[in-house]
Each structure stands twice: as structure tokens, then as C-alpha cells.
Design a protein around this ligand. Structure first.
Ligand code: MG
Ligand code: MG
Length: 257
């Protein structure tokens, strides 16, 4: 069942998502060579708690971190570690969740460490743009499959591949609600998009093949071929027929990242 949100609930979801967006920018400002992913995790947790919220991922399942920190060939769900130290040329997807006033925020951004290869830079641009293609398709009159198709076709037309095992999702008083929002699919399929829906769109796009594997920790998800993967996520509400974007990359952009 898809749980539709009232205008008031959407405003509470916006608060939780703005805090995620600000946290991503704080983390981004501290991303540089020599910093460990656990360093980033600690500052994110402190920032979220200082702002009167709870880190949503910590203790979700048995996930130990405030952030998922996914470096290079890690697609998603990388566990923050003092041993994972960032180097020049790395990319790192930072995925963050908050709980504020009982509602969840969830967004992700893939940052760069110093100069990166042009092919990887192009992958990041395409993944972010695919997210916005998905958002443009998220409107009344369309179905979730139209969003999925928009993301998939944009990426595959550029020679990239779409991870299928993990998907976007509805969000509200729970981190993961219906509907599922796959990054691949057919136009005109899936649930109808209606006012009051709130969901996250989060393309996970690979430079090489789409196949993935999991580390022994049960969380870390990598590309099978070891090539880089990018991940961007925003949370949207459907209001008056179209997407009202509840989280934002504007704090990251304002910081010049
Ligand atoms: Mg998500
Ligand atoms: Mg996320």
C-alpha cells in the first residue's frame, strides 16, 4: 500500500531532507586525501545530533554507520572505517539518512577526491543528470515505470549500465515504504503517480558491467568487474501534479564542491 502524505507531513519530510542535504555538504567540505571514511561518519553524526535529529542508518538492520561511504567500485552500503583512507583520484558516494519529528530524510551524492579521470567524471555527470531526468518524469499522468525508463534510457544511451538489485523507494515515517522505484523499467508500467506520494529516486550507475557482488560483511556492494560506480539520490513529493524536490544539492554547490 502506498501511504500518501498530507501537506503538513510533506513539510516535516522537507525538514528531515534539508538536514540530510546540509549534512552532505558538511561531509563534502571535509573530503580530501588522507581523511578516513570513519572521520566523515563521525562529523556527520555530530552534525545531525547538533541539529536535533537522529542518524537514520545507524542501527538500521545492523548497519553501524551514520553514513554509507562507498568508494570507487563500491556501489552502495560501504561501511565507514578508519582503514578506508581517501586518496587522490577516488570517488566516494555519501548516502545519509535522518529522522526528525518522526519523519525520514534520505539523499546521496558522489564526491571526488582531487583530480579524477575524465571517464569517471563523465559517469558522475550522467548519473546526476539521469536523476533529474527521472524527477522530470515524476508527475501525475505518468507511472513509476516512466521514471525508471527515464533513468535507464539516459544512462544506457551513454554506454553505462544500471544496477538492478537495489532501487529507490517511498519514504515517510519509515525509511523504506512503497512504492519501489527501480532505475530500469518500461514506460506506462507500475503504480500511478498521484499527489501526496513521497519517494526517493537514486540511480546507481556503473562504468562497466551492471553485475554486483557483496563483501563478507554482508553490506558492502561492489561492481563485479571492479570498475567505478556512481550514486546520486534526491527525495521528492508529488504536489499539484509535479515533483517538489524535498532534498537539495544546493548546499553542496554553494560550497563549490
Ligand atoms: Mg534511499
Ligand atoms: Mg540513501
Amino acid at each position: 500500500m502506498i501511504n500518501l502524505k498530507s501537506k503538513g507531513e510533506i513539510e516535516l519530510l522537507r525538514e528531515a531532507n534539508i538536514l540530510v542535504s546540509r549534512t552532505l555538504a558538511e561531509v563534502g567540505k571535509n573530503i580530501k586525501e588522507g581523511v578516513s571514511t570513519l572521520d566523515l561518519d563521525k562529523l556527520a553524526e555530530e552534525f545531525i545530533r547538533d541539529n536535533g535529529a537522529i542518524p537514520a542508518f545507524k542501527g538500521y538492520g545492523d548497519f553501524p554507520g551514520t553514513l554509507c561511504t562507498s568508494v570507487n567500485d563500491v556501489v552502495v552500503h560501504g561501511i565507514p572505517s578508519p582503514k578506508k583512507v581517501l586518496s587522490q583520484g577516488d570517488i566516494v558516494s555519501i548516502d545519509c539518512g535522518t529522522i526528525k519529528n518522526g519523519f525520514y530524510g534520505d539523499s546521496a551524492y558522489t564526491f571526488t577526491v582531487g583530480e579524477i579521470a575524465e571517464s569517471v567524471s563523465a559517469l558522475l555527470r550522467a548519473t546526476k543528470e539521469a536523476l533529474f531526468e527521472g524527477i522530470r518524469s515524476a508527475k501525475v499522468g505518468n507511472r513509476i515505470g516512466d521514471v525508471s525508463y527515464a533513468v535507464q534510457s539516459y544512462c544506457e544511451a551513454r554506454g553505462y549500465t544500471v544496477v538492478r538489485e537495489m532501487v529507490g523507494h517511498g519514504i515517510g515515517r519509515h525509511l523504506h515504504e512503497e512504492p519501489q522505484v527501480p532505475n530500469y523499467g518500461r514506460r506506462g508500467t507500475g503504480p500511478k503517480i498521484v499527489d501526496g506520494m513521497v519517494f526517493c529516486i537514486e540511480p546507481m550507475i556503473n562504468l562497466g558491467a551492471r553485475q554486483i557482488k557483496f563483501d563478507d560483511d554482508g553490506w558492502t556492494c561492489r561492481t563485479r568487474d571492479g570498475k567505478p560506480s556512481a550514486h546520486f539520490e534526491l527525495c521528492i513529493a508529488i504536489v499539484e501534479g509535479k515533483a517538489d524536490i524535498l532534498s537539495t544539492f544546493s548546499f553542496i554547490e554553494e560550497a563549490g564542491l
